[in-house]
Design a protein around this ligand. Structure first.
Ligand code: ATP
Ligand code: MG
Length: 441
């Protein structure tokens, strides 16, 4: 099937043609036809990272929106500012000939400008929940005519941090024309299905599970190095970078402070001919935008980031993901982090450092994916010398032990979704108020 064969507006087909997109991906061919009927079906869709979920919801909503009706007809909620801008850019390209009015709404910039843009007849609002709520409370957005509410990164959006805002928005929207609910993510935890059922209000909820049991892309090769002691982590990482010479990479760390520190240390290293920069919530909106633009344009080779970059970002040239720190909040974050490479079947590598006492965390990630991560070893001539004050200690993990205890057999899934380890907020702070602004906003 080609997009040309689908019953969608010819202006959308023209725009897709301009984007060089002619054949739907799996998630697109399963989700789009279900959303073109104007009916009451809600969709909960899970498909691997980098497989075109954005167009899977953007095409049907763009198609169904009435150009003559100058009110908000679709709300797309996303967890971060960066993702907001990206989804807006996709919707704008898709709208090249159809010319619906889309507005991007996120924190860190003037709210007045956004309010004016919405007032000027916005039909699609793409927003982070905090700023959306801010505008909604100021009555700058009406939900009366909203026919679609999309939660991109649905599991993140419905987790404890965002749920109260989402509930507030959905319950109010239901008082209007009662929107269809579209939930998309590469990972769906069991609670999400429960919540989705609750919101779909007894109406038909189609669950699309395009990746079935395998939730990560095969073109991404996953490895880890076991580090005996946390004090050896930095030197090991420098060795790793020298070995890999990544063309374009993201290094994930768990704190904003460490992101800055790591950059300061790495730029002083000899033999790493890379341009480093950082992306995290302590940067101004201007800085965040500039850094991401420079990374997209390949002026920056290596982005050191917190989880603010873990979800949804589509930067096709990324060859390597490094987990300098394993994610603490839950194994699903790992899946999203590594999904920043190997998009649309491109090759990529994801390499993690696991300190001795983090092996449990690593196993939880493997269990969640139902897939082993291959262990790698530094060879003898890559022994890492660590300067500890005046003394020198040497790290090597050159043992010839077998990499993991999988022995090639698949592990049983750990039912991780039932456990209490879910992420509550990227910043680690719990939100109390239903209208509090999330850290990533
Ligand atoms: N049908 C298609 N043919 C070719 N390329 C496509 C098609 N659909 C989407 N793409 C491209 O695939 C890339 C990934 O798409 P997208 O960002 O929507 O993935 P995703 O499934 O949302 O990933 P994530 O889970 O990381 O958010 C984009 O660069 C997009 O332009
Ligand atoms: Mg996406």
């Amino acid at each position: 099937m080609k997009f040309q064969d689908l019953d969608i507006n010819s202006n959308i087909k023209r725009a897709l043609d301009d984007m060089g997109i002619d054949t739907p991906t799996k998630i697109q061919s399963s989700a789009i036809p279900k959303l073109l009927d104007g009916g009451r079906t809600h969709v909960l869709a899970q498909a691997k990272t980098g497989t075109g979920k954005t167009l899977a919801f953007a095409i049907p909503i763009t198609n169904q929106i009435s150009p003559k009706e100058r009110s908000v007809q679709a709300v797309v909620l996303v967890p971060t500012r960066e993702l907001c801008k990206q989804v807006y850019s996709v919707v704008t390209k898709l709208n090249k000939y159809r010319k619906l009015k889309a507005v991007e709404v996120y924190g860190g910039v003037s709210i007045d400008r956004q309010r004016k843009e919405i007032k000027a007849g916005a039909q699609i609002v793409i927003a982070t929940p905090g700023r959306f709520m801010d505008l909604y409370r100021r009555r700058a957005i009406s939900l009366n005519k909203v026919r679609f509410v999309v939660l991109d990164e649905a599991d993140r959006m419905l987790d404890m941090g965002f749920l109260p805002d989402i509930q507030y928005i959905l319950f109010d929207a239901m008082k209007g024309v009662s929107p269809r609910l579209l939930l998309f993510s590469a990972t769906m935890l069991k609670q999400i299905t429960k919540i989705a059922r609750q919101f779909s209000n007894g109406e038909k909820l189609v669950e699309l599970n395009v990746s079935k049991d395998d939730i990560t892309v095969a073109s991404c090769k996953q490895y880890y190095y076991k580090i005996q002691d946390a004090s050896q982590k930095y030197a090991s990482f420098v060795t790793l970078l020298k070995m890999e010479q990544p063309k374009s990479s993201i290094i994930f760390v768990n704190t904003r402070r460490w992101a800055d520190k790591l950059r300061k240390r790495l730029i002083k290293e000899k033999g790493l001919n890379m341009v480093f920069s950082t992306l995290h919530g302590d940067k101004t909106q201007n800085q965040r935008e500039r850094v991401l633009a420079d990374f997209r344009n390949e002026k920056i080779d290596c982005l050191i980031a917190t989880n603010v970059a873990a979800r949804g970002l589509d930067i096709v040239h990324v060859t390597h993901i490094f987990n300098f720190d394993l994610p603490r909040e839950g194994p699903e974050i790992y899946v999203h982090r590594i999904g920043r490479t190997s998009r649309m079947e491109n090759d990529g590598k994801a390499i993690s450092l696991a300190v001795h006492d983090q092996m449990k965390l690593l196993r939880a990630i493997e269990n969640f994916m139902d897939k082993p991560i291959e262990r790698l070893y530094f060879s003898d001539n890559q022994q890492i010398t660590i300067k500890a004050k005046s003394k020198k200690s040497t790290y090597t993990d050159g043992s010839k032990k077998k990499s993991s205890n999988y022995g090639g057999s698949k592990r049983k899934s750990s039912n991780y979704s039932d456990s209490k380890k879910r992420s509550s907020n990227y910043s680690g702070t719990k939100k109390k108020s239903p209208i509090a602004v999330p850290a990533s906003d």
